[in-house]
Structures are given as C-alpha cells and as structure tokens.
Design a protein. Sequence first.
Length: 266
Amino acid sequence: MEPSEAWGVRWEMAASPMAKRYMKVATAKQSLVCLAADRNTMAGLFELIEAVGPHVAALKTHVDLVDDWTPEAWSRFCKAAHEANLLIFEDRKFADIGKISRSQMAGVYDIRSWSDLVTAHLISGPDIVDGLQAAWTDVGRSGGVLLLAQMSSRGNLLHPAYTTEVVGKGTAHNGVFGFIGNGSRPEELQQLRSAVGEEKMIWTPGVNLAVGDGEMGQRYGDPTEAVLAGSDCIIVGSGIHKASDPRASAQAYADASWKGLLQRNR
Ligand code: S5P
C-alpha cells in the first residue's frame, strides 16, 4: 500500500519531511508503533532492536537511564537502529530557555548528532523550539520537536487551557513535528486532534493491550482506540519490552495500530 492511501489527509497535509519519512516507514512495516526502549543496559537495548525492529517504526530512548552507556556503544546502537529502518526519538523532555536547551542537545550525550525527534515542554515559552532546531543545525542535521500537549500520568498539570496554548503556538511553528497526547483517554485525544487540525502528528504514550492503571500513576488505554481518536503513533514501552515474547507482542501492537489507521481512513 502507498503511504498516501494509508494516511489520507495526514499525508496530503504534512509539511515536514520528517513526518513523511515516519509515515513511509510506518506504511512499509504496517506499524504505527514507537517502542519506548526503557531498558537500562546496552545489551538489553541491542536485544530489543534485534527482536522487534521489523515491527516498530520508531525507537524512543531515555539516554540518561542506561547504566553502562558509552559513546561507542551508543553509536553502534544508533547504527543498528538505522539498519532496522527506525526513527530515533530521544524523549529528553527539554524545558529550559532556548539557549540552554540548545547547549543541552550537545554535552556528553550529544543528542543533536543522533536524534531525529526530541520531546519538549513549552513551559518556558516558544523559543525552546528555536533552540532545539538551532542545535540540529549546528551539526548539519535536521530534526523534529514533539511538544507535550497532554500527559498520560495521573494528576498531571497540563490542564486544558495549557494544552490549548501549546497547540496554538506549536501548530504555527515549522520546527514542531507534532504533539504528545494522552493515549489513555480517547475522548481527550479527540479534543486534541480537533484543536491540532490535520497537519501535525499526535503521538501517544499510555497505551497497552491491557487497559487500566499501570505503575506509579501511569494510565493505559487501548491502542486501536487511540489511533481511531486521532493518534498517529502509539508509544508502547512495558507492553513490549517486559513481555515474555517481545517480538510477538510488538507484532500484536503493530496489528492493532494498523487496523486503527485503515479504519480511520475508510
Ligand atoms: O505523558 C507521557 C509522556 C511520555 S513521553 N507519558 C509517558 O508515559 N511517556 C513516556 O512513554 C514514558 O517516559 C515512557 O518512556 C513511555 C511509556 O512507557 P510504558 O512502559 O508505560 O508503556
């Protein structure tokens, strides 16, 4: 199937090359799954790519939770991700002023040199997006920012008025790839989609085939429902990396998400 057929209006409207790249990969793999690769050893991370690479479109990392992180191991890991045709998404949740966020894209982890996508809170104002974009430009690369418009965790402070401001500023900025929405609540997600319109991506954590409450305030909703409500990518962590058979589990999430997309665009 062609991406234009699978994605319909999103493909037509998407202005960013990174969004097109994601939609192509997702179509080729018939998977709208981003794996939250929350394992804390390099061996565990390599094992995951090996097991689930064919069934996921993107890999979300928390580079600062890996116990045995080294630049060499990380560069091999990114190479393996590229070979598996995965977008690399560092979930750093930047929140500082623009110039500091730009500097934080460098440093020990040098996120600007290997990430295709990063997350940011807009709490400090819209210049953070310019700071992050400048960091990619500093190393001759380009990337996309996902702004946190909603969160999946119980009691979070991203109230509707804040979400509206984030969406207003984010939809107007070329450096914004899209928004993080709450995958655990389809009705909230629908509201987010109508505010965002059809151009930008909405990616959603808080998704699990076992719907309900997770650890420490995490909440989970159904993957197909999230896509039907307007999510373009389900971010799944423990549902895959803690499963007894991560490959089979990734395949199940891929099927659930793909089914949602085809149904949404019928
Ligand atoms: O609101 C949010 C935003 C994010 S990016 N809620 C989240 O859970 N996340 C991330 O998604 C979180 O950092 C974790 O990496 C992943 C969810 O993992 P799971 O194991 O609960 O599926």
